[in-house]
Design a protein around this ligand. Structure first.
Ligand code: AMP
Length: 282
């Protein structure tokens, strides 16, 4: 497995694969890889002849007060995980390689990006859409793999690909969790021992909401209220949002029907802002 840092090296490598008629999968990540990322890489390896994993902490998707500087990084461990999983290449560019002097072109989306995480992270999805578009243009994959862990991001990327006629398939992959239910995340490393114990309230509230709907509850307010009450039992937990939305529009719903997304974002003290969700067709 090779680690490539320049766009031209990635282009040359993919060109040589294409000359052999090989298919190409892409797994975009910010690194500090865990089992969640590995599930995406495994799926990509199973479905493509060659797989590129990008490891890039994208400055453009972080707001000025967010955790860009402290975001965890460990390229050696990432390389070991990628190699063991059967990836062909890691693309690990410096920010200057991706954003050259004078950079001023962006991919922006209205609607879907102006709800949930878009409200508390106003520049986030512009950064995501721009970097993901660039990665698609650099690698030119047949398929790209995204986790349902970031359900809004998955919906946004699918919409962007459809709206802008990008010639690839987006594959969504299920959320991988710790044994106690907490969704795996690179940001879980920010948690203290106490914070880690309290963070399990996210998945507990997700499982509670899901069970209420499975048992027949159709009032969005009743479900989100019960979830909020459960989260608020933890002293460190501070809710950013607990929402039930239409998965295609990200608009809030009152009655639970159709393709729904229940998404939450919760801060655990000053340690970490974590997200979780479930999707259902009712
Ligand atoms: P990140 O490195 O956090 O930007 O994540 C890169 C990709 O891995 C995104 O598509 C995420 O949705 C996905 N991912 C992160 N954590 C998980 C998880 N616990 N289960 C499944 N996919 C995940």
């Amino acid at each position: 497995m090779k680690i490539l840092t320049t766009i031209s090296d990635v282009r040359e490598t993919v060109k040589s694969w294409r000359a052999e008629g090989l298919s190409v999968g892409l797994v975009p990540t910010m690194g500090y890889l865990h089992e969640g990322h590995k599930s995406l890489i495994d799926r990509a390896v199973a479905e493509n002849d060659r797989v590129v994993v990008s490891v890039f902490v994208n400055p453009m998707q972080f707001g000025p007060t967010e955790d860009l500087a402290s975001y965890p990084r460990d390229l050696d461990a990432d390389a070991r995980l990628c190699e063991a999983a059967g990836a062909s290449v890691i693309f690990h560019p410096e920010p200057e390689e991706m954003y050259t002097d004078g950079f001023c072109s962006f991919v922006d989306m209205t609607g879907l990006t102006q709800a949930l995480c878009g409200l508390s992270r106003p520049v986030h999805f512009r950064g995501v859409c721009t970097v993901v578009s660039k990665l698609f243009n650099i690698v030119g994959p047949d398929r790209a793999y995204f986790g349902e862990k970031d359900a809004q991001q998955l919906a946004v990327v699918k919409r962007m690909v459809k709206d802008l006629n990008m010639p690839l398939t987006i594959v969504g992959c299920p959320i991988i969790r710790e044994a106690d239910g907490l969704a795996k995340s690179s940001r879980n490393t920010y948690l203290s021992e106490e914070g880690r114990k309290e963070a399990v309230i996210l998945s507990k509230s997700i499982f509670l909401g899901k069970k209420m709907i499975e048992d027949g509850e159709r009032s969005a307010a009743k479900v989100t209220t019960a979830m909020r009450e459960l989260i608020n039992t933890q002293p460190m937990a501070e809710i950013d949002y607990v929402e039930l939305v239409d998965v295609n529009t990200m608009k809030s719903i009152e009655k639970i029907e159709g393709e729904i997304l229940c998404a939450i974002a919760v801060k655990i003290g000053d340690e970490a802002r974590l997200i979780d969700n479930f999707m259902m067709t009712v």
